[in-house]
Design a binder for this molecule. Structure first.
Ligand code: HEC
Length: 161
Protein backbone atom coordinates (compact mmCIF):
# COMPACT_ATOMS: atom_id res chain seq x y z
CA UNK A 1 0.00 0.00 0.00
CA UNK A 2 2.73 2.44 1.00
CA UNK A 3 4.64 1.74 -2.19
CA UNK A 4 1.54 2.55 -4.18
CA UNK A 5 1.04 5.85 -2.35
CA UNK A 6 4.64 6.86 -2.95
CA UNK A 7 4.35 6.18 -6.66
CA UNK A 8 1.14 8.15 -6.78
CA UNK A 9 2.39 11.24 -4.96
CA UNK A 10 6.13 11.58 -5.46
CA UNK A 11 6.66 10.41 -9.01
CA UNK A 12 7.87 12.80 -11.65
CA UNK A 13 5.39 13.81 -14.29
CA UNK A 14 6.67 10.98 -16.44
CA UNK A 15 5.71 8.33 -13.90
CA UNK A 16 2.29 6.90 -14.46
CA UNK A 17 0.10 6.83 -11.39
CA UNK A 18 -1.37 3.30 -11.24
CA UNK A 19 -4.96 3.47 -12.45
CA UNK A 20 -6.00 0.79 -10.01
CA UNK A 21 -4.61 -1.74 -7.56
CA UNK A 22 -5.73 -5.17 -6.42
CA UNK A 23 -5.77 -6.84 -3.02
CA UNK A 24 -7.18 -10.34 -2.55
CA UNK A 25 -9.36 -9.99 -5.63
CA UNK A 26 -10.71 -6.52 -4.75
CA UNK A 27 -9.83 -3.70 -7.15
CA UNK A 28 -9.51 -0.07 -6.04
CA UNK A 29 -9.00 3.15 -7.96
CA UNK A 30 -6.09 5.45 -7.13
CA UNK A 31 -8.66 7.50 -5.17
CA UNK A 32 -9.44 4.53 -2.93
CA UNK A 33 -12.84 3.76 -4.39
CA UNK A 34 -13.90 0.25 -5.38
CA UNK A 35 -13.76 -0.58 -9.06
CA UNK A 36 -14.14 -3.50 -11.45
CA UNK A 37 -11.63 -5.55 -13.38
CA UNK A 38 -12.28 -7.37 -16.63
CA UNK A 39 -9.74 -9.75 -18.14
CA UNK A 40 -8.82 -9.81 -21.83
CA UNK A 41 -11.13 -12.78 -22.34
CA UNK A 42 -14.04 -10.83 -20.86
CA UNK A 43 -14.25 -12.39 -17.39
CA UNK A 44 -15.13 -10.12 -14.47
CA UNK A 45 -13.66 -10.10 -10.96
CA UNK A 46 -15.70 -11.79 -8.24
CA UNK A 47 -17.10 -8.53 -6.79
CA UNK A 48 -18.44 -7.37 -10.13
CA UNK A 49 -20.07 -10.76 -10.61
CA UNK A 50 -21.57 -10.52 -7.12
CA UNK A 51 -22.86 -7.03 -7.94
CA UNK A 52 -24.52 -8.29 -11.10
CA UNK A 53 -26.41 -10.89 -9.06
CA UNK A 54 -27.30 -8.54 -6.20
CA UNK A 55 -28.44 -5.80 -8.55
CA UNK A 56 -30.83 -8.23 -10.18
CA UNK A 57 -32.26 -9.38 -6.88
CA UNK A 58 -32.54 -5.99 -5.09
CA UNK A 59 -32.73 -3.15 -7.63
CA UNK A 60 -33.86 -4.48 -10.97
CA UNK A 61 -37.56 -4.59 -10.11
CA UNK A 62 -37.56 -0.75 -10.19
CA UNK A 63 -34.42 0.19 -12.14
CA UNK A 64 -34.84 -2.34 -14.96
CA UNK A 65 -32.63 -5.18 -16.16
CA UNK A 66 -28.89 -4.43 -16.40
CA UNK A 67 -29.39 -0.92 -15.00
CA UNK A 68 -31.12 0.30 -18.14
CA UNK A 69 -34.00 2.00 -16.31
CA UNK A 70 -37.77 1.65 -16.44
CA UNK A 71 -40.82 3.88 -16.62
CA UNK A 72 -40.69 3.88 -12.83
CA UNK A 73 -37.04 4.60 -11.98
CA UNK A 74 -33.99 6.05 -13.76
CA UNK A 75 -31.37 3.95 -15.55
CA UNK A 76 -28.44 3.65 -13.17
CA UNK A 77 -26.07 2.96 -16.07
CA UNK A 78 -26.77 6.53 -17.16
CA UNK A 79 -26.63 7.88 -13.58
CA UNK A 80 -23.20 6.39 -12.91
CA UNK A 81 -21.67 8.12 -15.90
CA UNK A 82 -21.55 11.21 -13.68
CA UNK A 83 -22.65 10.23 -10.17
CA UNK A 84 -19.91 10.02 -7.55
CA UNK A 85 -19.39 6.91 -5.40
CA UNK A 86 -20.21 8.77 -2.18
CA UNK A 87 -23.43 10.17 -3.62
CA UNK A 88 -24.45 6.73 -4.84
CA UNK A 89 -23.91 5.25 -1.36
CA UNK A 90 -25.82 8.10 0.29
CA UNK A 91 -28.89 7.85 -1.97
CA UNK A 92 -29.18 4.09 -1.54
CA UNK A 93 -28.76 4.21 2.24
CA UNK A 94 -30.92 7.27 2.86
CA UNK A 95 -33.39 7.13 -0.01
CA UNK A 96 -34.82 10.11 -1.83
CA UNK A 97 -38.31 11.46 -2.40
CA UNK A 98 -38.89 13.94 -5.21
CA UNK A 99 -42.24 15.62 -5.81
CA UNK A 100 -42.73 16.14 -9.52
CA UNK A 101 -45.74 17.75 -11.19
CA UNK A 102 -46.96 14.39 -12.52
CA UNK A 103 -45.96 12.09 -9.66
CA UNK A 104 -44.06 11.68 -6.45
CA UNK A 105 -40.91 9.67 -7.14
CA UNK A 106 -39.59 7.56 -4.28
CA UNK A 107 -36.25 5.83 -3.96
CA UNK A 108 -36.68 3.81 -0.74
CA UNK A 109 -34.04 4.10 2.01
CA UNK A 110 -32.27 0.74 2.02
CA UNK A 111 -29.72 1.47 4.77
CA UNK A 112 -31.23 -1.19 7.08
CA UNK A 113 -31.31 -3.89 4.42
CA UNK A 114 -28.25 -6.11 4.87
CA UNK A 115 -28.91 -7.83 1.54
CA UNK A 116 -28.26 -4.45 -0.06
CA UNK A 117 -25.76 -2.77 2.26
CA UNK A 118 -23.41 -5.76 2.67
CA UNK A 119 -23.02 -5.85 -1.12
CA UNK A 120 -23.37 -2.21 -2.08
CA UNK A 121 -19.75 -1.86 -3.24
CA UNK A 122 -20.36 -4.90 -5.45
CA UNK A 123 -23.50 -3.36 -6.95
CA UNK A 124 -21.61 -0.11 -7.48
CA UNK A 125 -18.70 -1.73 -9.37
CA UNK A 126 -21.07 -3.74 -11.53
CA UNK A 127 -23.03 -0.62 -12.50
CA UNK A 128 -19.80 1.34 -12.99
CA UNK A 129 -18.54 -1.31 -15.43
CA UNK A 130 -21.84 -0.98 -17.30
CA UNK A 131 -21.66 2.83 -17.23
CA UNK A 132 -18.09 2.84 -18.57
CA UNK A 133 -19.10 0.57 -21.43
CA UNK A 134 -16.70 -2.12 -20.17
CA UNK A 135 -19.45 -4.69 -19.72
CA UNK A 136 -21.74 -5.05 -22.72
CA UNK A 137 -25.47 -5.46 -22.44
CA UNK A 138 -27.21 -8.75 -22.81
CA UNK A 139 -24.59 -11.11 -21.44
CA UNK A 140 -24.40 -12.87 -18.13
CA UNK A 141 -20.90 -11.98 -16.88
CA UNK A 142 -18.52 -14.84 -16.19
CA UNK A 143 -16.28 -14.53 -13.17
CA UNK A 144 -12.55 -14.99 -13.37
CA UNK A 145 -11.94 -16.49 -9.95
CA UNK A 146 -13.30 -18.02 -6.77
CA UNK A 147 -14.82 -15.93 -3.99
CA UNK A 148 -11.95 -14.18 -2.16
CA UNK A 149 -11.31 -15.08 1.48
CA UNK A 150 -11.77 -11.40 2.42
CA UNK A 151 -15.24 -11.42 0.88
CA UNK A 152 -16.18 -14.55 2.85
CA UNK A 153 -15.01 -12.96 6.12
CA UNK A 154 -16.59 -9.54 5.46
CA UNK A 155 -19.88 -11.16 4.56
CA UNK A 156 -19.98 -13.10 7.84
CA UNK A 157 -19.26 -9.94 9.85
CA UNK A 158 -21.69 -7.78 7.89
CA UNK A 159 -24.55 -10.28 7.93
CA UNK A 160 -23.97 -10.81 11.65
CA UNK A 161 -23.62 -14.59 11.45
C1 HEC B 1 -39.15 0.43 -5.05
C2 HEC B 1 -38.42 0.85 -6.20
C3 HEC B 1 -36.90 1.02 -6.09
C4 HEC B 1 -35.98 0.08 -5.67
C5 HEC B 1 -36.21 -1.34 -5.17
C6 HEC B 1 -34.69 0.70 -5.82
N1 HEC B 1 -34.82 1.97 -6.30
FE1 HEC B 1 -33.34 3.31 -6.65
N2 HEC B 1 -34.68 4.73 -7.18
C7 HEC B 1 -36.04 4.52 -7.31
C8 HEC B 1 -36.65 5.73 -7.86
C9 HEC B 1 -38.14 5.91 -8.18
C10 HEC B 1 -35.62 6.67 -8.02
C11 HEC B 1 -35.72 8.11 -8.55
C12 HEC B 1 -35.86 9.08 -7.41
C13 HEC B 1 -35.88 10.49 -8.00
O1 HEC B 1 -36.83 10.80 -8.72
O2 HEC B 1 -34.93 11.23 -7.76
C14 HEC B 1 -34.40 6.02 -7.60
C15 HEC B 1 -33.15 6.61 -7.61
C16 HEC B 1 -31.97 5.96 -7.36
C17 HEC B 1 -30.66 6.55 -7.48
C18 HEC B 1 -30.36 7.99 -7.89
C19 HEC B 1 -30.19 8.02 -9.40
C20 HEC B 1 -29.89 9.38 -9.96
O3 HEC B 1 -29.66 9.46 -11.18
O4 HEC B 1 -29.89 10.37 -9.22
C21 HEC B 1 -29.76 5.59 -7.18
C22 HEC B 1 -28.24 5.71 -7.17
C23 HEC B 1 -30.49 4.38 -6.88
N3 HEC B 1 -31.83 4.65 -6.99
C24 HEC B 1 -29.90 3.17 -6.58
C25 HEC B 1 -30.63 2.00 -6.28
C26 HEC B 1 -29.99 0.74 -5.99
C27 HEC B 1 -28.50 0.47 -6.01
C28 HEC B 1 -31.00 -0.14 -5.68
C29 HEC B 1 -30.88 -1.57 -5.25
C30 HEC B 1 -30.01 -1.83 -4.12
C31 HEC B 1 -32.25 0.61 -5.80
N4 HEC B 1 -31.98 1.89 -6.17
C32 HEC B 1 -33.50 0.05 -5.55
C33 HEC B 1 -36.72 3.36 -7.00
C34 HEC B 1 -36.16 2.21 -6.49
Amino acid sequence: MLAVLLVATSGSSQDKKPAKTEEDGKWMTADGEPTYNITADGKVDWYTYSGFRRYHSECHVCHGPEGEGSSYAPGLVESLKTMKYQDFMAVVAGGRTVNRPDKTSVMPALGDNVNVMCYLDDIYVYLKARADGALPRGSRPERSGEKPETAIQNEKTCMGS
